[in-house]
Ligand binder design. Structure first.
Ligand SMILES: Cc1cc2nc3c(=O)[nH]c(=O)nc-3n(C[C@H](O)[C@H](O)[C@H](O)COP(=O)(O)O)c2cc1C
Length: 465
């Protein structure tokens, strides 16, 4: 195993039906409390008690309306709609914790870097350096139609936009305010030294941002960068920018293929491939005994919504599964949705074909990642096997029911992992990047965003523009 410890993220979303469509009907599920700030505060305390590195908040703009050509199935079963803005629950969770990190999802397709950079600096200040950004390009036409486009920008061009979006953000976060700019000198009546605040003079294909950042430097400056692209273009983007990568695929061989490809891409462009933390989606159903766990799993399965699962998967893949017979094998379809969503079932594991019904059952609990049912020992064994054989660094722990799945994991599995020396018993740092990578809270020295850092490069930035 490459790393001294397993990294843990809780996978959440500011909505009712995140990755287990239909489970809102289960008596133990409290996802409907997503509008109650106490739900988020209590969850954050549970996760910090379990020494989780972070809670990662997914977010999707638009409604899943591919299945049956309407949004009815998604709306009926609360499949990621209603959905609230993830950013606003971060300060609530930061207030009741000291070390837990917060990954928020935001789409480069529906933000502007000048505005967005301020929002992330604000969160990094309020969380004392514990915020991360899951960079997405989005995948639903239904979102594009609501901002004046007839359909979403093509898949690969979304990543071209994302490249420039990141460049503007790096310049704002790293190259506008020098570390010593804010002096708060009451005698000289100088809060900030104007000579240490610089325009970024960005003129690009998609953005023109000539001015200075609006925020003083936060502890991390650039938030920890997460990404989950898994197609060839998505992986190339991740290899260049991501500090952490989320992946979700159902088997170890498919996951290993992704991870090897990602690390090779990173090495090709001069990054340390082992510097990227890879988190694999994983939904545990835990019992004190195997029988108890299996009973729980059967009980959850009875609450899965078949239509809800196909609405979710239809949104991800862009494929209307109502056009297939339930026992028909899935075929790869090239479109502008999530390429990896269908690749994983049609290409990544050649000796396996999947019918629509199997995909619906699989996606009914835990989305596209594996669901493991068992005792704390069985769960820990599986996690160890994935780390050793799929070369992942940690897991994005999804839930079947919330907060139940997280409480079971923290109460039963974390102590087993700690006993095996696989998960730490105490945090090492107060910032998210410090906990994930050790040492500084700033970008790693050979991360591409670092080249904009003022001390190395103030003159170069000005000469280049
Ligand atoms: C674990 C995981 C979580 C994701 N969460 C989100 C999300 O919250 N919002 C979103 O728009 N896309 C999300 N995605 C999708 C990816 O960010 C990305 O849009 C998709 O994988 C497209 O990449 P690809 O075109 O390279 O396949 C997630 C993917 C994975 C594996």
């Amino acid at each position: 195993m490459r790393h001294h410890r397993i990294y843990l993220n809780a996978f959440e979303m500011n909505c009712v039906g995140h990755q287990s469509p239909g489970l809102w009907t289960h008596p133990d599920d409290e996802a409907h409390r997503y509008t109650d700030i106490d739900y988020w505060a209590d969850l954050a305390c549970t996760l910090e008690r379990g020494r989780f590195d972070a809670v990662f908040l997914a977010d999707v703009l638009g409604i899943y309306d591919v299945y049956q050509g309407t949004r009815d199935a998604a709306v009926r079963d609360a499949v990621q709609v209603p959905v609230n803005d993830p950013m606003f629950v971060v300060p609530v969770m930061a207030q009741v914790t000291k070390h837990l990190g917060f990954g928020v999802t935001a789409s480069v397709s529906y933000e502007h870097p000048y505005i967005f950079a301020r929002r992330m600096s604000t969160l990094d200040h309020l969380t004392k350096g514990r915020v991360g950004w899951n960079i997405v390009t989005s995948y639903l036409d239904s979102a594009a139609r609501n901002i004046g486009l007839s359909r979403q920008v093509s898949h690969d061009e979304r990543y071209e936009i994302a490249e420039e979006f990141l460049e503007v953000c790096y310049k704002l976060w790293e190259a506008s305010w020098e570390d010593g700019a804010v002096v708060r000198d009451k005698d000289r009546r100088t809060y900030t030294d104007p000579s240490k605040v610089h325009d970024i003079q960005h003129r690009g294909t998609y953005y023109t941002v000539p001015g200075a950042h609006l925020c003083e430097p936060s502890l991390q400056r650039t938030p920890v960068l997460f990404q989950a692209g898994a197609s060839a273009r998505g992986r190339a983007f991740a290899a260049r920018h991501a500090e952490c990568v989320f992946i979700s695929s159902p088997t170890i061989p498919a996951t290993r293929a992704y991870v090897d490809g990602l690390r090779k891409e990173a090495a090709k462009i001069g990054r340390d491939p082992n510097e990227i933390r890879v988190f694999s989606l994983f939904t545990p159903i835990v019992g004190r005994t195997q029988a108890e766990a299996e009973q729980k799993s059967l009980d959850y399965a009875r609450h899965v919504s078949y239509d809800g699962a196909l609405a979710l998967y239809g949104g991800w893949s862009g494929v209307d599964f109502s056009k297939y017979a339930a026992d028909e094998n899935l075929r790869y379809v090239q479109n502008d949705a999530i390429h990896s969503a269908t690749e994983v079932f049609t290409k990544m594991d050649p000796n396996r074909s999947w019918t629509v019904e199997q995909v619906a059952k699989f996606a009914g609990i835990g989305g596209r990642g594996p669901v493991v049912v068992g005792t704390p020992g069985v769960i820990a064994d599986t996690m160890e096997k994935w780390v050793n054989e799929a070369d992942v660094d940690g897991f994005n722990i999804g839930y079947a029911v919330t907060p139940g799945t997280f409480v079971d994991f923290v109460d039963l599995v974390v102590p087993e992992l700690q006993h095996r020396g696989l998960v730490w018993t105490e945090y090492a740092s107060d910032t998210l990047r410090g906990n994930l990578f050790g040492g500084s809270s700033r970008l790693q020295p050979h991360h591409p965003g670092r080249q904009y850092h003022l001390h190395d490069d103030a003159t170069r930035l000005h000469e280049a523009t």
